[in-house]
Design a protein around this ligand. Sequence first.
Ligand SMILES: [Zn+2]
Length: 149
Amino acid sequence: MDTKDIIFKLRTQKGLSQDELAEKVFVTRQAVSRWENGETVPNTETLKLLSKFFDVSINTLLGSPRKLICQCCGMPLDDGIISKEKDGAFNEEYCKWCYSDGKFTYDNIEDLLNFCAKHMANENYSAEQVRAYMADMLPKLKYWQNLSK
Ligand SMILES: [Zn+2]
């Protein structure tokens, strides 16, 4: 879906008029109308407000152009598991298990590897296979790259 359809859907789901939505995110009714006509896309600041107001990620508002994965554990992210900042804004880099309340869960890759080996192993993948896979993947993610700098 395009941004225009997404905004229209979210607004009508909430039972808001264009006027009412405009008031919530400090723009004019004309601006909302232009978004929904596809003439313009909300600017970055307004996207943040819309994201918070509708409780959907900015990525979702933009029609999911990016495939988000947690930059700490590698899990694919959808809006239900994306982490949030203390003020309720989405942090689209991380899942809610790796980052919450402004704090990261793991500061040591071994801890995460142990956790994954324990919880992701199943009849198809042994704990050793999970660990080997994660040990190869995790260091490529932003969080661990930044940490090792
Ligand atoms: Zn994660």
